[in-house]
Write a protein that binds this ligand. Structure first.
Ligand SMILES: C[S@@+](CC[C@H](N)C(=O)[O-])C[C@H]1O[C@@H](n2cnc3c(N)ncnc32)[C@H](O)[C@@H]1O
Length: 385
């Protein structure tokens, strides 16, 4: 059984075979205009068009290209969040009589599959602790593709045999009050700008939101965040703060994954001229219980910038956004984690001697400060098969 040391390890070994046999694609199709042309179209629409609402997901060629490329690229975003918020995967409600997962605006089922792959990789061979999945979309074509993918998955994986899949053609707003362990919104809220957002689910235990990582999208999601806090939900990721978000208009809380991890994506990216490996996203996890379950302290929001051998990076604790500096003279073993943490990791900083408020005011990491990595699930021992 493979061990997961990188996000890309969460794709099952037969991921591409599964995709191709479910979508009835051959390897020649993958290199052909059948996929490449719709990818150009989708890219142009998102970059220069009027946004997601102008994409017709009932167009089968478009949807097939979306499923091959964008679905594949999106999945590690959920894994990135899982790895930095381990209680999320444990938090799936297994006792509820209602569906465990509801995926609203599911498209081809992107984050449902990502969730199942993660759980299967974490507990190899064990039945997944999810009994029901409801995929909701207004596009019948999306639902047909999602159904095909689910049937092929069940054929391949014993741990999924007991999972009941439902595919429901509806507006996601009609299912916002449904009971479930986890409600997923993947790249769908931003398509609903004019539809009365924010709406807060009433009977979900956890809500996962993954949206494109742009500044305008963050402005929409700030309102969503405020609405959840207003209804006494707590935030599990990226911060646990119920205070006003410190991000100003010119800044936004986002993360990125490397989209080039599978050869299939590398080839299609080459063919469509997409050279940038970074795929930005915004992610939130909310829990209905008022007690936050993870306490990240500070979230590292940027890569390390070196200025005259000092290190600079943005940190946020949900209340304060700080451009923190570690002067080269102050570097030592107790604060080294500040330099080595990856963007997106959570760290704690015990400020020895100086009051914690000094860090917020000056952004200075001092020689006596003890910086610790909160730890990622990838570093935890994996259960034996
Ligand atoms: C960008 S795709 C995202 C698909 C998938 N969640 C993902 O992240 O890959 C947006 C999906 O939301 C669906 N959608 C948009 N507005 C909707 C609405 N009001 N009700 C139901 N589905 C909607 C579209 O049909 C499309 O399948």
């Amino acid at each position: 059984m493979k061990r997961c040391t990188n996000l890309s390890d969460f794709y099952p070994d037969d991921y591409v075979e599964w995709l191709m046999s479910s979508l009835r694609l051959t390897s020649t199709d993958l290199a052909s205009d059948r996929i490449v042309e719709p990818l150009h179209h989708l890219h142009r629409t998102w970059m220069h068009g009027s946004g997601g609402t102008s994409v017709n997901y009932d167009d089968s060629a478009l949807l097939c290209a979306y499923a091959v490329y964008y679905m594949t690229v999106q999945m590690p975003k959920l894994w990135f969040m899982f790895e930095r918020c381990p209680t999320l995967a444990d938090g799936v409600d297994t006792t509820s009589a209602a569906p465990d997962i509801i995926d609203l605006g599911c498209g081809p089922g992107t984050f449902t599959w990502a969730w199942l792959f993660y759980v299967m990789a974490r507990s190899p061979g064990a039945p997944v602790p999810i009994r029901r999945v409801r995929c909701v979309d207004r596009s019948p074509r999306c639902l047909a593709v999602a159904r095909q993918l689910s049937e092929e998955l069940k054929r391949r994986y014993l741990p999924l045999q007991h999972v009941v899949f439902e595919f429901v053609e509806a507006d996601w707003r009609d299912h916002i009050g449904a009971q479930c362990g986890v409600m997923i919104f993947g790249n769908v809220l931003v398509e609903a700008e004019e539809s009365g957002l924010p709406m807060v689910p009433s009977s979900a235990d956890n809500v996962v939101i993954i949206e494109p990582g742009t500044r305008p999208h963050f402005q929409i999601l700030r309102h969503v965040r405020d609405a959840f806090i207003g209804k006494k939900w707590s935030i599990t990721f990226p911060c646990t703060s119920a205070n006003a978000c410190p991000m100003q208009q010119d800044n936004w809380c986002h993360f990125h994954i490397n989209r080039f991890v599978l050869p299939l994506i590398q080839r299609l990216s080459n063919r469509t001229g997409r050279r940038n490996p970074r795929h930005n996203f915004i992610g939130f996890v909310f829990a209905r219980s008022s007690q936050p379950r993870d306490v990240p302290g500070w979230r590292v929001l940027s890569r390390l910038r070196r200025v005259k051998r000092s290190g600079v990076r943005y940190l946020c604790d949900g209340s304060h956004l700080v451009e923190a500096v570690l002067n080269r003279k102050d570097k030592n073993d107790t604060n080294r984690v500040f330099l080595t943490a990856e963007a997106g990791d959570a760290i704690t900083i015990d400020t020895a001697g100086a009051p914690a408020a000094d860090l917020v005011r000056t952004g200075r990491i001092r020689a006596g400060d003890r910086v610790r990595d909160v730890g990622k699930a990838l570093e935890l021992p994996h259960p034996k098969p």
